[in-house]
Design a protein around this ligand. Structure first.
Ligand code: C2E
Ligand code: CA
Ligand code: CA
Ligand code: CA
Length: 278
């Protein structure tokens, strides 16, 4: 501030105030979002390379009457920071499991739905109990759900957490490691934790076709997952070029991205599934 002069300083100060104000406004609005029915889920299909939907990712949306649609990229880190993720995860689990229950009752063909689960839930000793109770109360089999966890969630690794994950996996839940390669990667996670899928982050999908070093890293992730017996889900496949790069690496990996479908409402997701069967 000293070097940039008084006006500059005032600018930064007001910018800072604005950010703080938004932070507080969002945080206080977030605490009543659930009660006021401001959350809903959207679903993004995950495809095999024959173009069939094999699973889906459930993604949270928050629409506030005054603040508008707030991206989870903004409010999830906020909730994480304030140690509020358990409530959100619980809402997501309830909502998704009730949705699957509904689909089953309607006799619709259902696919496995992956939910994003935070480290705060995963490291809670009650997590497995919560999830399995909800599944059995709703009569939804473990095979209908999967969980996506980030590397960041695995940082606080401990035996209890690993055992909870193994317990779920033995009963039929699949586990995906999200955003692989972007943050706190430790290769030891890949063997320590029971993982069925590695999700390659959209950064790599976007950059591999145009940047040699990113192509090298992406190819190494494919090779690594293959030798460890894990499947790959490629996120952020937006173009034919992205798809071709993925196809050249591995014919078994799953595709998620705007090229095939954006995250869509329950209604539109049902239509996508119905089209599959027809
Ligand atoms: P994520 O788990 O990595 O989710 C993938 C994000 O990529 C989603 O953003 C999705 O809409 C977006 N995406 C999908 N296909 C494409 C594509 O082809 N191109 C591009 N550019 N983007 C694509 P979204 O829904 O805004 O979510 C952002 C992040 O917020 C998620 O990243 C996840 O970390 C978090 N999040 C979202 N829903 C939940 C939730 O229910 N629980 C938790 N704990 N986190 C959530
Ligand atoms: Ca995810
Ligand atoms: Ca991801
Ligand atoms: Ca991501």
């Amino acid at each position: 501030a000293k070097l940039t002069g008084k006006n500059q300083f005032v600018y930064f100060e007001s910018q800072f105030d604005e950010n703080m104000q938004r932070f507080h406004a969002l945080f206080s609005a977030l605490s009543t979002a659930e009660k006021n029915n401001e959350f809903h889920m959207v679903y993004q299909p995950q495809y095999n390379q024959q173009g069939q939907i094999v699973s889906a990712e459930a993604l949270l949306r928050w629409d506030h009457p005054k603040l508008g649609a707030i991206s989870p990229a903004e409010f999830i880190p906020l909730a994480e920071n304030k140690n509020k993720m358990k409530d959100i995860d619980l809402w997501v689990m309830r909502n998704v499991i009730q949705q699957i229950k509904h689909w089953r009752a309607q006799g619709m063909s259902t696919v496995r739905v992956f939910m994003n689960i935070s480290g705060q839930s995963l490291s809670d000793v009650n997590f497995v109990n919560l999830l399995s109770t909800q599944l059995s109360d709703a009569g939804v089999p473990y095979e209908n759900v999967g969980i996506e966890i980030t590397e960041y969630a695995l940082i606080s690794e401990n035996d209890a957490m690993i055992n909870q994950m193994k317990w779920l996996q033995r009963r039929g839940i699949e586990i995906a490691l999200d955003d692989f390669g972007t943050g706190y990667s430790s290769l030891s996670y890949l063997t320590k934790f029971p993982l069925d899928y590695i999700k390659i982050d959209k950064y790599f999908i976007a950059h591999a076709p145009i940047k040699e070093q990113d192509a090298a890293i992406t190819k190494a992730i494919f090779a690594l997952s293959e030798s460890l017996g894990m499947q790959v889900i490629c996120e952020g496949v937006e173009t034919q070029t992205h798809l071709e790069f993925v196809r050249d690496q591995n014919r078994q990996s799953l595709i998620q991205g705007y090229l095939f479908s954006r995250p869509v409402s329950v209604h539109d997701f049902e239509a996508l599934l119905a089209r599959e069967v027809a």
